[in-house]
Design a protein around this ligand. Structure first.
Ligand SMILES: [Zn+2]
Ligand SMILES: [Zn+2]
Length: 90
């Protein structure tokens, strides 16, 4: 299992996430899955996973497709206000 320890700003993170994000945008047809908007798209995690053994969070790009969803920034913000993203220990 691939995990990260804090350094969210490094190059590896940006590059890995950029590719993963692009895969999800392609899958979702570059449109918000909630309202259909093609603008200001972001990829949202439906769940966060934390490794039982190390206590580290799973790297954002290493989640299976079913946990990632394309949302526009408006729906994304609204979603985060309405729901707390569950964090599972795996
Ligand atoms: Zn939307
Ligand atoms: Zn989100």
């Amino acid at each position: 299992m691939q995990t990260i320890q804090g350094t969210y700003g490094n190059m590896l993170y940006r590059e890995q996430w950029r590719k993963r994000r692009q895969m999800i945008l392609d899958r979702d047809g570059h449109a918000c899955r909630n309202c259909g908007s093609p603008r200001h798209l972001q990829v949202h995690h439906r769940q966060y996973h934390r490794c039982k053994v190390t206590g580290h969070k799973l790297a954002p790009w290493s989640y299976p497709d079913r946990y990632l969803i394309t949302l526009c920034d408006t729906c994304h913000r609204t979603g985060h206000r309405a729901y707390r993203v569950p964090c599972l220990t795996v």
